[in-house]
Design a protein around this ligand. Structure first.
Ligand SMILES: N[C@@H](CCC(=O)N[C@@H](CS)C(=O)NCC(=O)O)C(=O)O
Length: 198
């Protein structure tokens, strides 16, 4: 398997998942902004969307979408990091969708160089902070997102918190989220991913 990644991006989600599962994989860094691989190949050949992450399977198929890749990896490796069936799976998918849409892509305009400070303040107050309130309330009294223990949702939560921290946004009000971030950041899988370039 080959994981296409750019440092400090959502490719961290499948990257940490691969390490948690102990699945052998190779890392392939995608150049930014030219989207070239180290051998000069055009990344668009592998992912026409041009975004990371993408995971090339041993049969040549390429999967994209961070949460989907992580879920596929768990499903195909004993279901250790995501519920495999029933309503537990539906609930976990509900959260996965929340992270992917409301937080991950929802906060991406904060990075846009052409978005003004007024818009960014509005976005944070009206779109992001309420979602953080929701997540923080859900996490009250919980060690991990799911009752069954550590899962890919915790990795997504770490990624979301990291994105905000990297924008120097003070998360101290959402102490359950920062505590979860710190628990995931303390795992060997995360430390190894960061040491490998992230
Ligand atoms: N829906 C995609 C979004 C992926 C995405 O936004 N990737 C970002 C990095 S976090 C990226 O590749 N940005 C560079 C670009 O869009 O050119 C997913 O969930 O994987």
């Amino acid at each position: 398997m080959r994981l296409f990644f750019v440092p400090n991006t959502c490719a961290l989600i499948p990257h940490v998942t691969l390490r948690e599962l102990g699945v052998p994989f190779a890392l392939e860094k995608v150049g930014m902004p030219d989207k070239k691989l180290s051998n000069g190949d055009d990344y668009f050949k592998f992912n026409p969307k041009g975004q990371v992450p993408a995971l090339q399977l041993d049969n040549g198929e390429v999967l994209t979408e961070a949460g989907l890749i992580a879920k596929y990896l768990s499903d195909s490796n004993g279901g250790k990091l995501f519920p495999t069936q029933g309503f537990d799976r539906v609930r976990a998918e509900e959260w996965l969708n929340f992270f992917a849409t409301e937080l991950h892509k929802g906060l991406s305009p904060l990075y846009a160089p052409t978005a003004g400070d007024e818009f960014k303040s509005w976005l944070f107050a009206n779109r992001i902070a309420p979602r953080l309130d929701h997540l923080n309330a859900y996490l009250e009294g919980r060690e991990w997102m799911l009752n069954g223990g550590f899962s890919i949702l915790d990795i997504y939560a770490l990624y979301s918190a990291r994105g905000l921290k990297s924008r120097n946004i003070d998360l101290s009000k959402w102490s359950n989220i920062t505590a979860l971030h710190d628990r995931v950041a303390a795992r060997q899988s995360f430390k190894d991913a960061v040491a490998a370039g992230a």
